[in-house]
Ligand binder design. Structure first.
Ligand SMILES: Cc1cc2nc3c(=O)[nH]c(=O)nc-3n(C[C@H](O)[C@H](O)[C@H](O)COP(=O)(O)OP(=O)(O)OC[C@H]3O[C@@H](n4cnc5c(N)ncnc54)[C@H](O)[C@@H]3O)c2cc1C
Length: 453
């Protein structure tokens, strides 16, 4: 007898299967590799890291460090394996990727409640199920997801624009304004970085000469245009637009129409617009600036934009196939589908980005699936916790601009009293509040399960 089906033996699916099995559920974990490939994975191991071997900061006052501490409190199996496979990496948790995947695979294979099935799932099955098939979900399952949610609620983004910290923008040069003064805020909704003719052509030349991340085989299709995703023409990388003509960007995402630089009173030759990215206003994304340059090149070339000389990046631009559902419309913060309480989603497919976030949502989905079987209320974590806040973000964000989000302090509710606290001090305060609230929630749940028992 099977209590739970988990689709995808990646980061989220492995953690989810383990958490549910540890709570007594009989789990079938479906993984399509090695029979079908994703194009990015190289092995048949579970929990293979497809790119970097770093799970991000381990420092308690950093966003990713806080997420790790929360997941530690919740008893993550994958984090335990990562710590056993850790390499020296300063304040970060970097792992020997082969050892890490092997340890996870062994823990899953040896669990008496888990059966691994090496098979592609082509349609959403009936009954209790967690879908954790990742950003490279197989085409057949993607189709099935599309029909569940209707096509417009499934996104295939091929390229994403960088996000930077607002306090790293030089407002001596950049200015607030909306095109033709039509914004909602008096001073304008956008931050604008103006370029004169020389600056613009120097930027385009550097962009064209900059090193790009090599496209893998599965991404080759993207080069050929629209076929790779619904919105591809609408989110072409800037270096590809620049290849079409030296002035293409000035007529495209860098067009200056409707804007005047208050320092000169004139229209700039070109403009880079930045749009607020979180409620707090601490993060801004570069509008239309999808890019596939190597990360150090992004820092260097985008640093040539006046006002962004010292820009600090929360996320660099990236390009890859990325399948994720319209969580703001489809999911509850418990990670259940809004109409089917026995259908859970976890990992990158929910719009939570980054290895640790994927592991964390897998953990919550596994735990909540087990609670459903045991007739206990699924958990909604407090919004003050990083995991609770990520789940809140993906289920409440504005669908129009919904983009994957990774752990960061910008999505947490503001602290009540910060006084003159600096960035690190504030990080520490966020972390203390989050861990206290999580411990309180968990202790209450334990009391409740004793009562239920
Ligand atoms: C090219 C690329 C590079 C990335 N680099 C980084 C990085 O450096 N750092 C970072 O933090 N994040 C990175 N990410 C984002 C993300 O963190 C990782 O993709 C992460 O592995 C996602 O975890 P997941 O569990 O959601 O999916 P995955 O780890 O991809 O696991 C999903 C699993 O489901 C399987 N599967 C898919 N469809 C089916 C099906 N129909 N039936 C059965 N099995 C199926 C796949 O084979 C896979 O094993 C990257 C993503 C991509 C695509």
């Amino acid at each position: 007898m099977t209590d739970l089906i988990v689709i995808g033996g990646g980061l989220a699916g492995s953690e989810a299967a383990y958490q549910a099995a540890a709570r007594g559920l009989k789990v079938k974990l479906y993984e399509m590799r090695p029979l079908s490939q994703t194009g990015a994975h190289q092995t048949q191991d579970l929990a293979e890291l497809v790119c970097s071997n770093s799970l991000g900061s381990n420092l308690p006052d950093r966003a990713s460090g806080l997420l790790k501490n929360e997941v530690r409190l919740l008893g993550s199996m994958l984090l335990e394996c990562a710590e056993s496979a850790a390499l020296p990496a300063g304040g970060a948790l970097a792992v020997d990727r082969e050892l890490f995947a092997r340890l996870v695979t062994e823990r899953i294979e040896s669990h008496p409640n888990i059966e691994i099935v090496r098979e592609e799932v082509k349609a959403i099955p009936p009954g209790l199920c967690i879908i954790a098939s990742g950003p490279l979900t197989s085409p057949a399952l993607s189709q099935s997801l599309a029909s569940l949610s209707s096509e417009e609620h499934l996104f295939f983004f091929d390229a994403i624009a960088p996000i930077i910290h607002a306090d790293s923008i030089n407002m001596e040069i950049a200015f607030r304004a909306s095109r033709y003064g039509t914004g909602e805020q008096d001073e304008g909704d956008y931050i604008n970085c103006p370029l004169n003719k020389e600056e613009y052509y120097a930027f385009v030349a550097a962009l064209l000469a900059a090193e790009r991340i090599e496209l893998r085989a599965f991404e080759e299709a993207i080069k050929s245009g629209v076929k790779a995703g619904h919105f591809f023409e609408g989110c072409l990388p800037i270096e590809i637009i620049a290849e079409r003509g030296l002035d293409s960007l000035a007529f495209g995402p860098m067009r200056p129409v409707g804007l005047r630089d208050p320092r000169t009173g004139r229209r700039p030759y070109a403009v880079v617009q930045l749009r607020q990215d979180n409620l707090l206003g601490s993060l801004y994304n570069l509008v239309g600036f999808q890019t596939n340059l190597k990360y150090p090149e992004q820092k260097r070339v985008l640093g040539m934009i006046p006002g962004l000389e010292s820009a600090e990046f929360l996320r660099y631009g990236q390009m890859h196939r990325n399948t994720f559902i319209a969580s703001p419309k489809l999911l509850r913060p418990t990670l259940q589908h809004i109409q089917r309480e026995d259908l859970f989603f976890a990992g990158q497919i929910t719009g939570v980005e980054g290895y640790m976030g994927n592991i964390a949502t897998g953990l919550l989905a596994g735990l909540n699936a087990a609670r459903l079987v045991h007739q206990a209320e699924p958990i909604i974590l407090p919004q003050t916790t990083m995991l609770g806040s990520l789940c809140h973000y993906i289920t409440h964000a504005d669908l129009k601009d919904f983009q994957p989000m990774k752990a960061n302090f910008g999505i947490l509710p503001a602290l009540e009293e910060t006084g003159k606290a600096g960035k690190r001090e504030r990080g520490k305060m966020y972390a203390e509040r989050a861990l206290a609230d999580l411990s309180f929630t968990l202790s209450r749940l334990n009391e409740r399960s004793e009562v239920e028992a």
